[in-house]
Design a protein around this ligand. Structure first.
Ligand SMILES: C[S@@+](CC[C@H](N)C(=O)[O-])C[C@H]1O[C@@H](n2cnc3c(N)ncnc32)[C@H](O)[C@@H]1O
Length: 218
C-alpha cells in the first residue's frame, strides 16, 4: 500500500503538478466563450477556419488559472490564439496586462479592433532590430512565451535562445512538438534540460497528432 507521505510527495512532484495544472487549464478554458477567436487562414486543405481550435481553450484557461498578464506570442497569423489568451485575462488585469505578438505579416485588422490592448509587431522574430523592439515592450520578466512560428528545429531553438534568455519567462508553451522529426528532436532536448518541468500536453489539448508542450521554467 502507498503510504500517505509517499502519495503527498507524488502530488508535489513537478510533473504531477504540471499535468494537473494543464488538465485544470483545459477545463477552465472550455467554459470560456471563444467564438470570436477564429483560427483564420491556413495552409491546409481547409483554407479558412472560422472557429477556435482546441488549444485556444487551453491557452485561455492556462492564463486564467495562473493569472498570467505578461505574455509574448511568436507567430500571430490571424490573431486567434492571442485573442484567446486575452480572453483568459482576469478583468482586473487587462489594464496592466502586456500582450505582445509578432508576425512577418499583418492580418485581420478588423478583428484586432476589439483587442486594443494587444500590441502587434510586424517583422521577423529572428531579426536583431525586431527582437530589440519586442524585448523593449516588456518592462519586467514575462509570465509566458507561446512559440508558434516555423516548426523547424533551428528556427524554434533560435527563438527560444533569443527571447527566453532575455525575458526569463515562467512558462514556455510550444505548438507542434510532434509535427516532424526536427520538432520531436527539440522537444527531446527540452525534456532532458527541464525533466519533469517539461510536460507533453498533447492529449489534454486534443493535439495528439501535432503535439503541444508546456515548460515550467521556474
Ligand atoms: C502556425 S501560424 C501561427 C498560428 C497562431 N499562433 C494561432 O494559433 O492562431 C505561424 C505564423 O508564424 C509566422 N512566422 C513565420 N516565420 C516567422 C518569423 N520569422 N517571425 C515572425 N513570424 C513568423 C507566419 O507568418 C504565420 O502567420
Amino acid at each position: 500500500m502507498v503510504s500517505v507521505t509517499v502519495f503527498k510527495d507524488m502530488i508535489k512532484s513537478p510533473e504531477t503538478d504540471l499535468s494537473k495544472i494543464c488538465e485544470r487549464a483545459m477545463d477552465i478554458g472550455m467554459e470560456l466563450d471563444l467564438s470570436d477567436c477564429p483560427y483564420g487562414e491556413t495552409t491546409g486543405p481547409c483554407s479558412f477556419i472560422k472557429r477556435p481550435t482546441s488549444y485556444y481553450f487551453f491557452l485561455a484557461g492556462f492564463v486564467s488559472l495562473l493569472r498570467l498578464k505578461s505574455i509574448l506570442e511568436i507567430g500571430t497569423n490571424y490573431g486567434g490564439s492571442i485573442m484567446a489568451i486575452s480572453k483568459g485575462l482576469h478583468p482586473d488585469d487587462i489594464k496592466e496586462s502586456r500582450l505582445v505578438t509578432i508576425d512577418i505579416i499583418r492580418k485581420n485588422e478588423e478583428g484586432f479592433k476589439g483587442y486594443p490592448h494587444i500590441r502587434r509587431i510586424e517583422g521577423d522574430s529572428l531579426d536583431g532590430e525586431v527582437a530589440r523592439r519586442v524585448i523593449n515592450s516588456f518592462d519586467k520578466e514575462v509570465d509566458l512565451i507561446y512559440l508558434d512560428a516555423v516548426h523547424e528545429y533551428e528556427h524554434t531553438k533560435r527563438n527560444l535562445d533569443i527571447y527566453a534568455d532575455k525575458l526569463n519567462p515562467r512558462y514556455v508553451v510550444l505548438d507542434d512538438i510532434r509535427q516532424c522529426d526536427e520538432m520531436r528532436r527539440l522537444w527531446g532536448e527540452l525534456k532532458c534540460e527541464f525533466g519533469d518541468r517539461a510536460f507533453d500536453a498533447s492529449d489534454i489539448t486534443i493535439r495528439k497528432g501535432a503535439g503541444f508542450g508546456v515548460i515550467k521554467r521556474k
